[in-house]
Design a protein. Structure first.
Length: 327
C-alpha cells in the first residue's frame, strides 16, 4: 500500500520549500492583486448563486474586475455588488460584432451566419468571444455547464495556441516540500504521440507560470529506456522525438517509469545519461486512465492536495470548474 513515506522527500534534489494548498493559493492571490486593475474575469453562469458570490469576492479582495453574463435577465440589481459588470448577450451592443467574429472563425466548418448568431447568444460562447475580442482577460465556467460544453466553446472559439493542436488539463499536486504537475488528467482519453508532445509543452509552460520554477518534464511509461517493448512504449518514445524536433525551452526525458522520474538514485541508475531523471516536476502520463488514477491515488493515499484540473493549451485562459465547486 502507498504511504506518505513512499514518496521521496524533495529536499534531496530541491531547495527546501514549504508548500500547502492554502499558502500556494495565497501566493496566487497576491500575484493576481498586483494586476487586478487590468484583469477582467468573465463568469457566464450568473444564475448560480456561487458565481455571484465569487464575483463579490473578486471585488472585495481586489483580485480582478468580474463580469457576469445574465442571459435570463433575472439578475436583480440588488444582488450585484458594486464593481461587478453585468451584460445580457441578447441586448448587448457587441452582439452583431461577435456574431460576425464567430462566423469568420467557424464558417469553414459549415457554420452559417444565423447559426453564429444563435451560438453567440449562448453565455459560454459569448464569454469566449469576449476573450477573442479582447474584452475580457479570462473566463471561468462549469459550475453548472458540463465539461464537454465548456471545452467545446473554448476549443471552437478561443482555439489552441499557435503551434499546438491539443487542449489538455494539468493537476497541481501540492506536497509539503514541492508542487508536481500531472497531465493530462481530464481531457484527452488516449493521446497520440503528437498530442503527448503538445501536452508536455503546455504542461511545462503552466508549471513555469504557476509554480515559478523551471519545468523538468518526464514522459512516463511502464518502461525505462528499453526495459520493455510495446506499442504504448513506442508512442511515448515517438512523442519524445517530436519534442526534440520542436523549438522548446525546457528539459525533458521520454520513456521513464515514475520512480525513475522522481527518485534521484533510481533515475541515475535507470537513465544515467539523463539530465532530469530523478528530479522531474512535470509528469506527463501516457493516457487519461493513468493520469486520472494516479492523481487520485496520490491525493488520497499520499496526502497531496490536488488543485485543478486546469485547462491549458488555449490562446486565452478559459477554465472549467467541477459542478461541485465551492465559491
Amino acid at each position: 500500500m502507498l504511504s506518505r513515506a513512499s514518496f521521496p522527500r524533495a529536499q534531496q534534489v530541491y531547495s527546501k520549500r514549504c508548500f500547502s494548498s492554502k499558502s500556494f493559493v495565497e501566493r496566487l492571490r497576491q500575484k493576481a492583486a498586483v494586476s487586478h486593475a487590468t484583469t477582467r474575469v468573465v463568469l457566464p453562469e450568473s444564475q448560480d448563486p456561487r458565481v455571484v458570490k465569487c464575483a463579490s469576492t473578486l471585488v472585495k479582495e481586489q483580485l480582478a474586475t468580474p463580469i457576469l453574463l445574465d442571459s435570463s435577465g433575472k439578475l436583480r440589481a440588488a444582488d450585484v455588488p458594486a464593481g461587478v459588470e453585468v451584460y445580457n448577450p441578447a441586448s448587448d451592443s457587441r452582439l452583431d460584432k461577435y456574431t460576425e467574429l464567430l462566423y469568420a472563425i467557424r464558417k469553414s466548418k459549415g457554420l452559417t451566419q444565423e447559426g453564429a448568431k444563435q451560438l453567440a447568444l449562448d453565455p459560454l460562447y459569448f464569454a469566449a468571444l469576449m476573450l477573442c475580442n479582447g474584452d475580457a482577460s479570462c473566463c471561468v465556467a462549469g459550475s453548472e455547464a458540463s465539461t464537454a460544453d465548456v471545452l467545446r466553446a473554448a476549443m471552437q472559439v478561443v482555439r489552441p495556441k499557435e503551434g499546438l493542436r491539443t487542449v489538455s488539463t494539468t493537476m497541481l499536486m501540492v506536497f509539503p516540500d514541492r508542487v508536481l504537475s500531472f497531465a493530462d488528467c481530464g481531457a484527452i482519453q488516449n493521446p497520440t504521440a503528437e498530442q503527448l508532445a503538445d501536452i508536455a509543452i503546455s504542461s511545462a509552460l503552466s508549471h513555469k507560470l504557476l509554480i515559478g520554477e523551471a519545468p523538468r518534464v518526464a514522459l512516463l511509461s511502464h518502461s525505462t529506456k528499453g526495459s520493455a517493448s510495446h506499442d504504448d512504449v513506442s508512442k511515448v518514445k515517438a512523442a519524445g522525438d517530436i519534442l526534440r524536433s520542436r523549438s522548446i525551452d525546457f528539459e525533458f526525458e521520454d520513456e521513464l517509469q515514475a520512480d525513475a522520474a522522481i527518485v534521484p538514485n533510481i533515475g541515475k541508475k535507470k537513465a544515467p545519461g539523463s539530465s532530469v531523471a530523478g528530479s522531474c516536476n512535470v509528469l506527463v502520463f501516457p493516457d487519461l486512465d493513468a493520469g486520472n488514477i494516479a492523481y487520485k491515488l496520490v491525493e488520497r493515499l499520499a496526502g497531496a492536495e490536488a488543485i485543478g484540473p486546469l485547462v491549458q493549451g488555449l490562446r486565452k485562459p478559459y477554465m472549467d470548474l467541477s459542478r461541485g465547486c465551492s465559491v
